[in-house]
Design a protein around this ligand. Structure first.
Ligand code: AMP
Ligand code: MG
Length: 422
């Protein structure tokens, strides 16, 4: 049995128990183009200096500051153009005294030159501005001006990105520049979505008498993708002991994590808990929250298991609060929970039960500039619209104290990523 023998877990305990049994997954090498959002599993060292050479930040003229030291409006200095350098060119010869090279943005600054003067700050005295032209300059040059230095981003042998960093578009660009067409990242979990319920039919079927469409397998599948996982569907499992056992056994063998929906209450046809007791180890079967008290958690052999209630909103909330952090941990993330902000509730809210409430609502800035929150529509756990239209869970703590309008409450921001400071 687990070190957490309690049947009835607090939200914090339930989350910790699930995190404890959810391992960080192994590492895989993937194409850099597929790496968006993944967590780097090893330090990425640059094989070259980035930038690889000093290059011009402007279209202009590469000059020696010494040559232009005395240049003024009244007494300009004239230099002869000896080369025309574009990006990708490499000039073998150096810029010698009283000469210049016309140079384009991104082109390597030639030896001898130590400054680039913008075209706009020069005047062509003869020729078209290219090789053989004479250019006049009316002010001294500043050493290093308009030159982007070799190795400024990262030097050869230095760590460009560290293990544990999340790969965004800019990080992916850096990895490309530093010679990493493939990267080592933590694997994405394959997550079984086992939808129990003899009443369930798929979205393309018109339900017959007593039947409903299986919306949880779709919403959970989307939540898994949003959390970085790969959903594997086990749809419409009949409410029998045998069918439930067969599905859970197979799912635990084939996947890294098993989520079920439905069948976790004490009804005559709820078989998830007895099957878990048979083929795995239950840790807790209830969490002190609303919606979704019957959240059943445990392991099947080594595979983490989380049984969500069937009501669509209960399932949605349970996934957000417990499964999403676990899936993030498995992918190497260290920021596991959504940002919580304080906002004043715009209306009275009552507590009928001594459980933590997660009301589906909206946080916004009021006319005075302060954050306020409002519960959305009908809060029935059977109805998804309140989640769809809201952007937060409004948290009312355990106990029965009513929450009058104007009270500051915690709001879990569902529209903001973990680790973002608000
Ligand atoms: P249960 O947790 O199995 O007692 O189900 C609670 C309620 O959620 C019942 O009204 C079920 O019909 C409904 N339900 C169960 N599974 C699903 C599902 N996959 N999609 C939509 N509703 C469901
Ligand atoms: Mg059911």
């Amino acid at each position: 049995m687990s070190e957490y023998p309690r049947e009835y877990a607090s939200v914090e305990d339930a989350r910790r128990q699930l995190l404890d049994v959810s391992p960080v997954l192994d590492v895989e090498e993937i194409d850099l183009r597929d790496a968006l959002g993944r967590v780097l599993a090893e330090d990425a060292v640059s094989d070259i200096d980035v930038a690889p050479f000093d290059h011009s930040a402007m279209d202009g003229f590469a000059v020696r500051t010494l040559d232009l030291a005395k240049a003024t409006e009244a007494d300009p200095v004239e230099l002869g153009v000896i080369a025309h350098i574009g990006a990708g060119d490499h000039l073998e010869r150096a810029i010698e005294s009283v000469t210049t090279a016309r140079i384009m943005t991104g082109a390597a600054v030639p030896a001898g030159a130590d400054s680039v003067i913008k075209i706009e700050d020069s005047c062509t005295v003869s020729g078209e501005g290219g090789i053989g032209s004479i250019i006049s300059f009316t002010a001294p040059a500043i050493s290093g001006k308009n030159i982007r230095r070799r190795g400024k981003e990262v030097a050869a042998g230095q760590i460009a990105l560290h293990a544990g960093e999340i790969l965004g578009p800019a990080g992916i660009g850096l990895l490309s520049a530093t010679g990493h067409p493939t990267v080592q990242v933590y694997r994405r979990p394959r997550v079984a979505v086992v939808s129990t319920g003899s009443e369930l039919v798929d979205a393309h079927t018109v339900p017959g008498p007593g039947q409903i469409r299986n919306s949880n397998s779709y919403s959970l599948g989307a939540q898994i993708i949003a959390a970085g996982g790969i959903p594997i569907d086990y749809p419409g499992i009949e409410d029998t002991y045998e069918a439930t056992k067969e599905a859970l056994t197979r799912a635990a063998q084939e996947c890294d994590f098993v989520v079920t929906s439905g069948g976790v209450s004490g009804g005559d046809f709820d078989f998830v808990k007895p099957v878990l007791e048979d083929i795995g180890t239950p840790y807790h079967c209830k969490v002190n929250m609303r919606p979704g008290r019957p959240q059943t958690m445990g392991v099947i052999k080594e595979t983490p298991f989380f049984g969500l209630p069937g009501n669509p909103t209960s399932s949605y909330v349970g996934f957000e609060m417990f499964v999403r952090p676990a899936l993030r941990k498995m992918q190497g993330h260290t920021e596991l929970t959504r940002p919580v902000i304080h906002a004043r509730i715009t209306h009275d809210a009552k507590k009928h039960q001594d459980r933590r409430y997660f009301l589906r609502g909206t946080v916004r800035r009021g006319d005075g500039g302060d954050l306020e929150c409002t519960v959305e529509g009908d809060q029935s756990s059977a109805l998804l619209r309140s989640v769809h239209e809201g952007n937060a869970f409004i948290v009312l703590p355990e106990g029965f104290s009513p929450v009058p309008a104007g009270t500051e409450v915690d709001c879990i921001r569902l529209d903001v990523d973990e680790g973002v400071e608000l």
